[in-house]
Write a protein that binds this ligand. Structure first.
Ligand code: HC1
Ligand code: SF4
Length: 571
């Protein structure tokens, strides 16, 4: 242990602890901009500079270890003025037209400048603005980049893709797509983790709010909305809504208040996915020799992009089941249009609210549209876009009464809502596989060993004498490790769930930005609570899914089900 004082407080910390952590342990918060715990502790922004008694130069608190007898001042005159000056230098290279920035209100730079009472920039301004394909779901704006390196580190160390790197030299040094590629040439999975970890507006999603409002205002369009499982665990964060107000039923009311015609639930089609995917898995197990193993889940489009670019030979190992988002679109524009509304599918405008940026690319895949209309899902909005849309349409959810989802595509089980947390798809699938093999339900929580935030979870579930070797992984770096182990023959599985984002969709790249806090665990817990409270715990018991099979699809893996609900991932 080492003893030191920070701002006159005596502190004892283990050897090797940084000044930043030591201060935090004593309740002293040193501001930072580039710091990302365990990933980016490089002192690049110099905002965390502190003064140490007896030393002429200031040090960065995030990468300087506390030493025995150190006397640290976090806001001495010298430290305070250096911090201000460093901020002003950053601002001199930053387009600070905050009023017209997507991150207005959630920008770490804006907040620190406000906290530091910065009201002038005594230097001339100069920043680069490079061309970018604005139709791509992920947008980089160099004029907002503060070269903190967070995106470089998250993409490299957590997602193992290394899409970003330092580019150019001298005064023009900045961050851009690595290896001289454009973003469309690079293998970006579109997970959006670089967006949620960017402190400013340098990275953002393509904003599709206008397209949705145009459809709402088009009298010929019937706007049908689906809400992804994980969105309900986070939408209130971006609006400052107290947790008890941010319910799924109040979200349904808010969607209606926006003028949408039908509010449905991706949980419905997550149950449908389980019916198809669990049966596909059992089918593959019956004809084991015909397939490469393991079978991988296919509902996360970031993961599917990753697999197709990094391990293209393994594409056939993906379940052919479309994601719940795409199954929903296909069902909305066939069954719902024909059997419920008796209308032409081209009148239906299908909007998804997703915690995800990769879903924007998924709905545009050429081979994903089977309902006969233009696209099965027309527009995907992230949770952040949904929150912005509510604000710009002057809707205050706190003033709305809770409302039910519409029927019939608005009913989902507890097994479906946990799709939004890492392990949830596997747990839901095992619940239904158990029923398929044993003709009776397991205890609803029988497979809870796949929950939690461990990097890779492995379990062998013995059902009706058949051992199912399952694994669950989240984060693409962890996924690469798992695949490499399988390739090397060090691990063998039958069924693997992969989610590209750490924590699963709860930590998705389209969720509200919570600077300095990883929220996936907390949001995931909310989803497990919703599962527990739901009287329906099994996908195969969803009455709306049963009706869909009885009236339209016949049975899982039927010819019609294959046409509408499966894909060969060739798009
Ligand atoms: Fe997900 Fe999924 S869980 S991929 O994270 O399979 O986005 O929430 O909607 O499609 O259900 C996302 C979440 C979501 C799909 C489902
Ligand atoms: Fe990397 Fe994901 Fe960002 Fe793409 S979206 S650059 S894969 S972190």
């Amino acid at each position: 242990m080492v003893n030191l004082t920070i701002d006159h407080k005596n502190i004892q910390v283990p050897e090797g602890t940084t000044i930043l952590k030591a201060a935090a342990a004593a309740g002293i918060e040193i501001p930072t901009l580039c710091f990302l715990k365990d990933l980016n502790e490089i002192g690049a922004c110099r905002i965390c500079c502190v003064e140490i008694e007896g030393k002429d130069t200031l040090v960065a608190a995030c990468n300087t270890a506390a030493e025995e007898g150190m006397v640290v001042y976090t806001s001495s005159l010298k430290a305070h003025y250096a911090r201000r000056m460093n901020l002003q230098i950053i601002l001199s290279q930053h387009d600070f037209r905050c009023a017209a920035c997507q991150r207005n209100g959630s920008c770490a730079l804006q907040k620190i400048c406000a906290d530091m009472n910065i009201n002038d920039v005594p230097f001339g301004q100069s920043y680069e603005k490079k061309e970018w394909d604005l139709s791509f779901p992920l947008i980089r704006d160099d004029s907002k980049c503060i070269k903190c390196m967070r995106c470089v580190q998250i993409c490299d160390k957590v997602q193992s893709l290394g899409i970003w790197d330092i580019v150019n030299t001298g005064k023009r040094t900045g961050v851009g797509v690595s290896k001289m590629r454009t973003i469309t040439e690079a293998d970006c999975a579109l997970c959006g983790q670089c967006i949620t970890h960017c402190p400013t507006g340098a990275l953002r999603e393509r904003d599709d709010v206008r397209k949705v409002m145009d459809a709402v205002n088009d009298p010929d369009k019937i706007v049908v909305v689906q809400i992804a499982p994980a969105v309900r665990s986070a939408w209130g964060e971006g609006l400052g809504l107290p947790e008890k107000m941010a319910t799924e039923k109040r979200m349904a009311a808010a969607v209606r208040a926006l003028g949408m015609d039908y509010v449905f639930d991706t949980n419905f089609s997550a149950d449908l996915t389980i019916m198809e995917e669990a049966n596909e898995f059992l089918e593959r197990m019956t004809h084991r020799e015909k397939y490469q193993w393991p079978m991988y889940t296919s509902c996360c489009p970031g993961w599917v992009r990753f697999l197709k670019s990094q391990y293209p030979d393994m594409t056939e190992q993906l379940s052919t089941a479309k994601s719940p988002q795409q199954m929903f679109g296909a069902v909305a524009k066939t069954y719902f249009a024909e059997k419920v509304l008796d209308t032409d599918p081209s009148r239906i405008f299908c909007v998804s609210i997703m915690p995800c940026t990769a879903k924007k690319a998924e709905c545009a895949l050429p081979n994903i549209n089977d309902a006969g209309a233009d696209k099965d899902v027309d527009v995907v909005l992230t949770t952040r876009e949904f929150d912005r849309m509510l604000r710009s349409e002057l809707i205050c959810p706190a003033n709305l009464e809770e409302e039910e989802f519409d029927s019939p595509l608005g009913t989902g089980s507890g097994a479906a809502v946990i799709f939004g947390a890492t392990g949830g798809v596997m747990e839901a699938a095992l619940r239904t596989a158990y029923y398929a093999l044993k003709k009776e339900n397991p205890k609803p929580d029988a497979f809870k060993m796949v929950r939690g935030l461990d990097e890779i979870k492995e379990v062998t579930a013995e059902i009706a004498g058949i051992p199912i070797r399952a694994a669950v992984v989240h984060g693409l770096g962890n996924t690469r490790k798992l695949i490499e182990r399988v390739i090397a023959g060090e691990a063998e599985y039958d069924f693997v769930e992969v989610m590209a984002c750490p924590g699963g969709c709860a930590g998705g790249g389209g969720q509200p930005i919570t600077e300095g806090r990883e929220m996936a665990g907390e949001r995931g817990s909310k989803l497990y609570t919703l599962d527990k409270k739901n009287p329906l715990r099994f996908s195969h018991e969803n009455p709306s899914v049963r009706a869909l099979y009885a009236q339209y699809l016949e049975k899982p893996l039927s010819h019609r089900a294959h046409e509408l609900l499966h894909t060969d991932h060739s798009g």
